[in-house]
Write a protein that binds this ligand. Structure first.
Ligand SMILES: [Zn+2]
Length: 69
C-alpha cells in the first residue's frame, strides 16, 4: 500500500497552481521525477519544492499589491 503510484507525497503541480488549478502530479519512479498530466510539467522533488516556495512568495506579493491598491 505504501508503494503508491504517486510517490511518498502528493505534490501539487506548481505550474498549474500558478494558473489557480489544483492538480496532483504523478511520480515516475524510474526517472525519480514528478510529472503533471495537465501541463506536462516534469521535475524532481527539489524542483517542485523550489517552485512551490516561489509560488507562495509570488502569491503573497500579489495579495500585498492588491490590499495596498
Ligand atoms: Zn501542471
Amino acid at each position: 500500500m505504501a508503494q503508491g503510484r504517486k510517490g511518498k507525497l502528493n505534490y501539487r503541480c506548481p505550474r498549474c497552481l500558478m494558473r489557480e488549478i489544483d492538480m496532483d502530479m504523478l511520480y515516475d519512479r524510474e526517472a525519480d521525477e514528478y510529472y503533471c498530466l495537465r501541463c506536462s510539467f516534469v521535475g524532481d522533488e527539489q524542483e517542485v519544492l523550489r517552485l512551490n516556495a516561489q509560488f507562495r512568495e509570488k502569491y503573497r506579493d500579489r495579495t500585498k499589491r492588491i490590499t495596498s491598491f
